[in-house]
Design a protein around this ligand. Structure first.
Ligand SMILES: CC(C)(COP(=O)(O)OP(=O)(O)OC[C@H]1O[C@@H](n2cnc3c(N)ncnc32)[C@H](O)[C@@H]1OP(=O)(O)O)[C@@H](O)C(=O)NCCC(=O)NCCS
Length: 160
């Protein structure tokens, strides 16, 4: 798929909201369409949202990034969601590569949280080299643990 990553614009908001609310995390966290739209509109205005688009500028998914969101120091992936119809085609992978690109430009480790029930997302993060470094029980919702995952900047190979 021919995908570009660009900073989100207001024309992308509908697809971004839809990607979240049509997901397990949207359901478990009870994210309403209105609340999500308000949250993402503010995040877009702050320049925190990047979208994966096809050549026709259709939004396939997005990430929200806080460059110093982990411990006021390290890049933190606040949210990632891919439109339901586009999952399993590498869009999430592409968005995560972009997060690494900008994240490792700022610090040598980057962070994200994943809910314990979100086994598909967790597998993807593990495949990409994120390690579980802690569990935050009942962090937002009672009965839902959040797993803190960290990835270190891959060592650069020495020149031969
Ligand atoms: C988690 C999420 C962002 C992953 O995005 P995605 O676009 O589906 O991810 P990818 O396609 O890049 O990779 C996912 C799977 O597709 C596979 N894949 C990657 N490229 C592929 C391709 N070109 N064709 C087919 N499959 C592909 C991956 O190997 C992976 O397989 P797996 O089943 O072994 O894990 C997406 O599922 C989503 O939006 N979920 C709902 C919201 C959510 O839970 N967000 C995470 C919050 S922590």
């Amino acid at each position: 798929m021919n995908i570009s990553i660009v900073r989100a614009e207001s024309s992308h908001i509908h697809d971004c909201v839809s990607a979240v609310i049509h997901s397990e995390i949207g359901r478990v966290y009870g994210m309403s369409e209105d609340k999500m739209r308000n949250t993402l509109t503010r995040a877009m205005d702050s320049g925190e949202v990047f979208v994966a688009v096809d050549p026709q500028n259709h939004c396939l998914g997005f990430i929200r990034v806080a460059l110093r969101g982990a411990f006021c120091r390290f890049p933190y992936l606040m949210l990632i969601a891919v439109n339901e119809a586009c999952r399993g085609q590498g869009v999430g992978n592409r968005l995560l590569s972009f997060f690494e690109e900008i994240g490792f430009g700022e610090a040598d480790r980057i962070f994200l949280l994943v809910s314990h029930f979100n086994t598909g997302a967790r597998r993807l993060y593990e495949l990409l080299g994120y390690k579980s470094v802690g569990v935050l029980p009942d962090l937002v919702i009672k009965g839902v643990d959040e797993i803190l995952m960290m990835k270190c900047r891959p060592e650069e190979l020495p020149a031969v």
